[in-house]
Write a new protein. Structure first.
Length: 263
């Protein structure tokens, strides 16, 4: 049996757009959930429509497991805590709270939770809200309108996953091993190479160098260059030198000894 703390059912009441069902399936898969129930959808096979499959973007397992039921009561069978989602306050029923304020404590209770979403056009009907134990309202810009149904599913699924402890971030690639770093001699060789080029193109006046080269030296030290990166810098210096001499970078010098044979 699935542990209560890992249990989460997402219920879409009377959805009408196949794309929203597919996008909701994708949202659930990304957050590690797979229990999606449709209550009296506009079409009974809404989750099998091409648009649903396309927007599921590979979450075919979630779509394949979708259950279609005629009533919200059947959708909530086996659930011990039902959370409605509503943007507008209701005159009667549970007070609305933000997901981040409520869900961590709810996750700690170890209950079997369902999150219920209303139709794309009107949201949840009052009688469906009253059937639920709690009302979650996603904080949003009052002037910005309501979220798309699948977007709302994504937000709630994310907040519930975070309340359950979240997923670990994949660690970054390990830092370069010390032996991959260029030694001082290699860096100084690159600097000397650049100094010669900068003098030849007129950027550096050897009679008045000021602090250009020491500043470049400090920059390269901070960069902690690798051997390959030193090679790249020297290759660029070589190309600049050749371009300044009127040669195509990489071409042989136009001398009798270096001139290419004409075909």
């Amino acid at each position: 049996m699935t542990p209560a703390t890992d249990f989460a059912r997402f219920v879409l009441v009377r959805p009408s757009h196949a794309g929203n069902v597919g996008a909701a399936a994708r949202a659930l898969q990304v957050m590690g959930f797979d229990d999606l129930v449709l209550v009296a959808p506009r079409q009974g096979d809404l989750h099998r429509q091409p648009e649903a499959v396309a927007l599921a973007s590979g979450a075919t397992g979630v779509l394949a497991g979708v259950r279609v039921v005629p009533t919200l009561a059947e959708a909530l069978d086996g659930v011990t805590r039902a959370c409605a989602t509503a943007m507008t306050p209701r005159d009667f029923g549970p007070a609305a709270v933000a997901p981040r304020e409520r869900l961590p404590a709810l996750a700690a209770e170890g209950l079997r939770v369902a999150f219920v979403f209303g139709t794309e056009r009107t949201g949840m009907a009052n009688e469906d809200v009253w059937r639920c134990h709690e009302v979650l309202s996603i904080p949003a810009n009052p002037a910005g309108g309501s979220l798309n149904l699948a977007q709302a599913v994504q937000v709630i699924a994310y907040e519930w996953r975070q309340a359950l402890g979240g997923f670990p971030i994949v660690p970054a690639a390990p830092a370069l091993a010390p032996q991959g770093l260029a030694d001082v001699a290699a860096v100084q060789g690159a600097l000397a190479h650049w100094q010669g080029v900068l003098e030849r193109i007129g950027f550096l006046d050897p009679a008045s160098p000021k602090k250009l080269m020491p500043r470049l030296n400090q920059l390269l030290n901070r960069a902690a260059l690798t051997v390959d990166e030193v090679h790249v810098l020297r290759g660029i210096a070589r190309a600049v030198d050749e371009a300044a001499a009127g040669r195509r970078p990489g071409a042989l010098p136009q001398t009798p000894a270096g001139r290419r044979k004409q075909g």
